[in-house]
Design a protein around this ligand. Structure first.
Ligand code: NAD
Ligand code: MG
Length: 390
């Protein structure tokens, strides 16, 4: 299937979502360590021109454009190169199984990341996990598959990477996880002020430059709710020992407290290339040219409790965890609908939580969902959320 030369000494990485915020930063890491890493497969949703440019620069064995309508354009753009071109969601599931691939970075957005992640796990590929929605929707299923196929998951989400780093070398049980949150752009807004906030305001995150979907989720704090769910499955802890702490400076990326009261945290300048690089190089740490913390320039590091009355999405995520079964999948699907709707000004900022809550009440609850149940739940919850929007 692949025609380019094999270089087995380098780690061959498949990037699902190479044109996005995480994907492009992953390519920067690969470029900086081209002696160690190679981009074996690049994939994108719609942006075929950027995908073609990346392919020209990184010379992968194959590229996939999920949106099949761009297949011919992508083929034409790469016709002079020995790069296999595929299109469609099924192709994503196939390319990650290639025997040459040593690691799969899941940097796509949303539920769409679930099928190729499962496909990669079944082929025994270590996962660098950015696509947190996969763990939100089907954490239990994913953990079971990882055990069955002996596949490690290396967290890319900055908080989970910080927790992972705090746990390095530890054998003792976790007493508490301190999951930090920036609080987003509306941290100090009143409920009254939140009524009229615009997508443009929500898309201006104070500390991180991310894709649109996660930036809106950060503004509503659904992102933090999802990260609580992600932490439960990644670290095998119950939600009552995960404490969300608002820390607007985003210097402490998260922390772990142990039985003796000692707390270990990971700190740094907010830069996603650090956790991406560690996921690629683990257990080694590689040199980097990234900005370092300037301790004399740092001002106050502050900490506060999140306000669940203002940020109801965070509460809804906890409720979904509490209910279990397919409820987190329902919340994720409804959230994907309202997230886009808010960006298109089809619903207001505060209506997002209302619609998610209504979907949670109406969608069919399944206590022990199978993979097919998740697919059906996702479709049903999307339909209900659309209807609830009117
Ligand atoms: P993004 O929107 O910038 O990029 C998404 C990528 O996925 C693009 O390459 C896009 O083409 C592709 N894609 C989108 N929908 C697709 C589909 N249906 N099929 C195939 N490909 C598709 O998003 P991002 O900010 O890079 O986030 C990616 C994932 O990483 C998300 O799950 C997000 O929660 C997580 N994450 C991101 C950050 C960050 O700093 N950006 C931090 C932590 C976690
Ligand atoms: Mg995060």
């Amino acid at each position: 299937m692949f025609t380019t030369e094999q270089q087995p000494h380098k780690k061959q990485i498949a990037i699902l979502g190479s044109t996005g915020s995480i994907g492009t930063q992953a390519l920067e890491v690969i470029a900086e360590h081209s002696d160690l890493f190679e981009a074996r497969i690049l994939t994108a949703g719609h942006r075929w021109e950027l995908l073609a440019a990346q392919a020209r620069q990184f010379n992968p064995a194959a590229v996939v454009i999920a949106d099949e309508t761009h297949y011919t354009q992508l083929c034409d753009a790469l016709s002079d190169l020995p790069i296999a071109v595929y299109a469609g969601a099924d192709a994503l599931c196939q390319v990650v199984q290639s025997s040459e691939v040593n690691m799969v970075l899941t940097a796509m957005v949303g539920f769409a990341g679930l099928p190729p992640t499962i496909s990669a796990i079944k082929a025994g590929k270590p996962i660098a996990l950015a696509n947190k929605e996969t763990m939100v929707v089907a954490g239990e299923l994913i953990n079971g598959l990882c055990q069955q196929y002996h596949v490690p998951i290396l967290p890319v989400d900055s908080e989970h990477s910080a927790i992972f780093q705090s746990l390095m070398g530890e054998q003792s049980p976790i007493e508490k996880i301190i999951l930090t949150a920036s609080g987003g752009p509306f941290r100090n807004f009143t409920l009254e002020q939140l009524k009229d906030v615009t997508p443009a305001q929500a898309l201006k995150h104070p500390n991180w430059d991310m894709g649109a979907k996660i930036t809106i989720d950060s503004a509503s704090m659904m992102n933090k709710g999802f990260e609580v769910i992600e932490a439960k499955w990644l670290f095998g802890v119950e939600p009552d020992i995960i404490q969300v702490v608002v820390h607007p400076q985003s210097v402490i990326h998260s922390a772990v407290q142990f039985a003796d009261g000692a707390v270990k945290a990971q700190l740094g300048v907010p830069d996603m290339r650090v956790p991406i690089q560690l996921a690629f190089s683990f257990p080694a740490r590689l040199k980097s040219s990234f900005e370092r913390l300037d301790w004399y320039a740092m001002r106050d590091l502050t900490f506060e409790q999140p306000d669940m009355n203002k940020f109801r999405c965070l509460q809804l995520a906890y409720d979904a965890l509490d209910k279990g079964g397919n409820m987190p999948c329902i919340v994720n699907a409804a959230n994907e609908i309202v997230n886009v709707a808010f960006r298109k000004e089809r619903c207001s900022f505060l209506q997002m939580a209302d619609i998610i809550e209504a979907t949670m009440q109406r969608a069919t609850f399944i206590a022990q969902p199978t993979y097919d149940d998740y697919l059906a739940t996702d479709a049903e919850a999307r339909r209900i959320a659309e209807e609830a929007m009117g």
